[in-house]
Design a protein around this ligand. Structure first.
Ligand SMILES: [Zn+2]
Length: 171
């Protein structure tokens, strides 16, 4: 990977979602034929001491079949990220420098797996509560559910999920 970075190489590719076990768990096995596209660019950047360090710019995107938490129907959610990573020589350095750095620090190793890293980042980019922007149809089951009514009367609010947890704790 150091060689990849120092050569300034770039690569784009696509992999079937089925190749990513942990993402497939999130979709409950749906969409295995969907393609996850990714793009990686290696480059060198000088550190404060003028030493060149290998960096990686990685982005990936996939459309995942998730379950809408409002109507419990399937919802396609696009998940994407774009991020810089800096490589260091040892695990010890990585631990120290990850604390001090804004960018993510990775250890240079032969076992480095680009797709695994892309999968980690995609998992972290998933919405905590997947929902349709507008649910395709009101579902009878939920219309009769008091929780559903309560949620519908609330204004959309990024903290509503948190509030719901608090409410549960207090109730
Ligand atoms: Zn929905």
């Amino acid at each position: 990977m150091a060689g990849f970075a120092s050569a300034g190489d770039s690569h784009t590719g696509e992999e079937r979602l089925a190749r990513f076990e942990r993402l497939m768990e999130e979709t409950h096995g749906l969409g295995g034929e969907t393609l996850v596209s990714y793009s990686v660019q290696g480059f060198l950047r000088q550190d404060a001491a003028g030493q060149e360090e290998p960096w990686l710019h990685l982005s990936a995107q996939a459309t995942l079949s998730l379950i809408c938490q409002r109507c419990m129907g399937p919802v396609d959610v696009e998940v994407a990220f774009e991020r810089d990573f800096r490589f260091v020589a040892t695990e010890e350095l990585a631990e120290i420098e990850d604390e001090e750095s804004e960018e993510d620090v990775l250890v240079l190793s032969k076992s480095f797996n680009l797709l695994e890293l892309a999968e980690d980042e995609l998992l972290m980019s998933m919405p905590p509560v997947p929902k349709h922007a507008v649910c395709p149809k009101p579902v009878k089951l939920q219309a009769a559910d008091p929780n559903f009514v309560a949620e519908e009367t609330e204004k959309p609010n990024p903290f509503s999920a948190l509030q719901a947890l608090k409410d549960k704790g207090l109730g």
